[in-house]
Design a protein around this ligand. Sequence first.
Ligand SMILES: C[S@@+](CC[C@H](N)C(=O)[O-])C[C@H]1O[C@@H](n2cnc3c(N)ncnc32)[C@H](O)[C@@H]1O
Ligand code: SF4
Length: 457
Amino acid sequence: MNAAQQSARLAKYDVAGPRYTSYPTVPYWEDTPTEAQWLAHVGAALRQSSAEGPGASIYVHVPFCRALCTFCGCNTRVTRTHTIIMPYLQAVLTEYALYRERLGVERLELGELHLGGGTPTFLDPAELDALVGGILSASRLRPGASLSIEVDPRVTTPEQLALLAQHGFHRISLGVQDFDPKVQDIVNRVQSVEQVRTVTERARAVGFSSVNFDLIYGLPFQTPDSINMTMDAVCELRPDRIALYGYAHVPWIKPGQRRFTEIDLPEGRPKRELYERGRERLEAAGYREIGLDHFALPTDSLWQAARAGTMHRNFMGYTDAFTRPLLGLGVSAIGDAVDAFVQNEKDLQQYHERIAKRELPIHRGHVLDAEDQVLRRHILNLMTRMETQWVGPDATPFLDDIPARLAEFAADGLVELDGQGCRVTEAGRGFLRNICMAFDARLARRSPERQLFSQTA
Ligand SMILES: C[S@@+](CC[C@H](N)C(=O)[O-])C[C@H]1O[C@@H](n2cnc3c(N)ncnc32)[C@H](O)[C@@H]1O
Ligand code: SF4
């Protein structure tokens, strides 16, 4: 395919679309469970997970950051003071206590604990110890439990790393984004290769066995040459996993993104070329592409999970297994009880007020109906295995339309259809979000009145 044909195909499929970290996607949640209903869903998922083995999962959202990176799409709170930290951590631990009390469990059996943000290493060692110690003392860890954290290398110290390792953390994800000084300057995220190297080496020295780097393509001023430069440094530091996220430009939700002009943003074919350049470099260095925008060394458990078909996708990205239920603790955190989702209050003040009233701080949520549950499984299959089959319990009337909805993708060589399923081709990988959109019955029935999602290309 020549350059003009590639551009035409990209333009054809460049629409606003979800990243499918959940189905239904958050803007289509409509049936918020009451606290009692949510606890009933969590309790049922817990009983199933106790019987089947993996234990529950906890995500803690630590929203604080020292300064705003202008590309950021996360729920953050920029602050320089620590006076608000301890009250927040106490609220998070109270939220966990409310769950245990209302579920009638003294200590929750955990298969996964993940600290994300914002920037969990904004917390100093004493604060981090209070949070992690508080959660672990009220939990029972399953053998082989996965404890992981997202860190900003600019604010991560040897003391924090040692403390986390002592608590059993062995996975760490570093926000790297890009190493080109010009790109770093415009997105207000200046950090050196040396800072990243120091944290990577220190983490490995104290026992972290899996290091992930978050990178972004599509940032202002990025070029294939600048991606090359970033990849030189990344391949030398050799993290076990890499997330190479497409920059999600959503300035109507994140006004901070208006701080650079859109003229400087690579879009369409130039943006896709940045991804392709990154992919080529990573594959040449021995990484394998996984799902959407992710890479891992063959020695990493994520690649092994991808091959074994056990990999899962949730609000944090890809994980080795579907550990359920997922309790989201903290402001804006999302919980998943397989057939229901909830998101906590997104405003810090409101989060505190709800906890002070001893309420679970549910802001919104959704109880999945029978069709949602089937379509969720298909979208998860596509996002994790690049294929799905609709037979037996995985059928629902909406799937009857799928061959027609995928016909153009098939004609363009992006999917292969058989009577009972479909498989994404190598060429189709870059259009995975679009292919999943064909399975999104809620989007098909109600087009958004305004733009909700970032562009897919
Ligand atoms: C919570 S941050 C990671 C930890 C820490 N705050 C940091 O930045 O180093 C999560 C990741 O989301 C990604 N991210 C944030 N905003 C994004 C956007 N608009 N588009 C794509 N990826 C984004 C970045 O790669 C970032 O590392
Ligand atoms: S990218 Fe990380 S450090 Fe930067 S504002 Fe977002 S959460 Fe904070």
